[in-house]
Each structure stands twice: as structure tokens, then as C-alpha cells.
Design a protein around this ligand. Sequence first.
Ligand code: PEP
Length: 250
Amino acid sequence: MIKPIIVGNWKMNTNSYEAYEISSYLVNHINEINSVDKVICPPHIYLPTLHNLVSTSNLHLGAQNMFYKNNGAYTGEVSALMLKEYCEYVILGHSERRTIFSENDDLINKKTKAAIINNIKPIICVGENISERESGSAKNIIRNQILNSLKSIDIDENITIAYEPIWAIGTGIAATPEIAQEMMKHIRSVIKNDFNTNIANKIRILYGGSVTDNNTLEYLSLPDINGCLVGGASLDSKKFSNIVQMASKL
Ligand code: PEP
């Protein structure tokens, strides 16, 4: 069985006190759960402090983004080389990065390569917008996002793919379990057919989009899911703990 993973994407939220409070709660309440990988992705600025806090626990840290160069004249950017001191994971290609910051698959591909070289595990987000879904092109869009983001990469099970339909992110309109399963199955078949059958059976595929502790169970029982990427609900330490606990009971 593939070990499930629950990832919390805090986005540009929390102050330093809140970041510490949420993380302390998680260390105190879900540290004993070893059957699930638990990852929180706070804003970069809190990573060093939180790294000290979680270093003796089994709560892992992830970044929400990074640049693909190690250092240089890239004002405002943070590199994998810098992050690897604090993080084991990095979210790449989140739809907010794609839409607000115009990130494309080519850039995500470069970032993925840089993360891998620096031993940071990439969590690559893919997802269609509402018009792409309504026009019936969602599967093609997702396939292209995967092929382009993973181009020329010798993939292994340290890569995670998160299916996050854009219309479900932060809207409270979560994808139905049927839609989520259909797309996660499709993602696994793309990995199998276009990359590597063996890895397709090991890679973790997540669902993200308005996941809360009220609907998690509906997703976690789907055949092709290996966890969830949680946005808003990850800012509530109790809800996030509940979600991790549900994942541990599978
Ligand atoms: C996300 O930010 O990746 C996300 C899925 O957000 P939310 O859970 O709030 O929809």
C-alpha cells in the first residue's frame, strides 16, 4: 500500500504567532500518527522558526513555491538550495501561481528539475478551469500539464501529483468523488503509459479543492487517491488534525 500524504497549503496567511500556534498544535496532537505523511506549507518567512519547532517531530515542512536557479540576480525569489535546509517538499504549479503569476508548464518543469536535484520532493499541481471542464477538454489539459511539467525527468515515487480543479479551489464547491476519481485514474494512466508502469503504481496522487474534515472520507476511500492537498482547512489546526486522523484509519 502507498503511504498516504496530507499536505496543508497555508498560502499567504497567518502571522508568526499563528504559524507557531498551528504547528505546535499539530506536533502535540498528531505526532504519534506514523502511517500518514503530514506536511505543512507555511509562507517561506516562517520556515526557519517552524523547522526548529518540528525538527524532533514527524511533521514535515514544504514550501509553496521556489525559483529554479540556485542563486543570482532574481529579486524576490527563493531557491531550492536555500529551501532544502528547511523543507522536504515543495508545491509547484499551483493554479494560483499559474493564473496570478502567469507560470506555465515550461517554468514548472524547470522548477521540478531544480527541486529534484536539491532533494526536495515536488508536489506538482494540475487542474482544469470551469470552461475547460464544460467543453470536455479537462482530461487533455491535465495530460498536457503532466507531460510538459515532467518532460525529460526520470520520475520516481518522490514526485507527487495533486489534482486540483481550479473551480473547486477555495470555492466551497468540491469536485464530486466521481469526478475526482475519474481524473486521478486518468493521471495514473498517463504516468503508466507515458512514463513508467512501475512508478505509476507507486506515485502519490492527491485531490485538492475545498477539502474539509466533513468531506475527506468521501475522497480517501477512492481507489486512485493517496491523500489530499488542503488549503483553507489547513489553517484550522483541529480540522487539519481530523483530516490526518481520517487518513490514518484507511
Ligand atoms: C489549495 O490551495 O491547494 C486548495 C485546495 O485550497 P482549498 O482547500 O481552500 O480549496
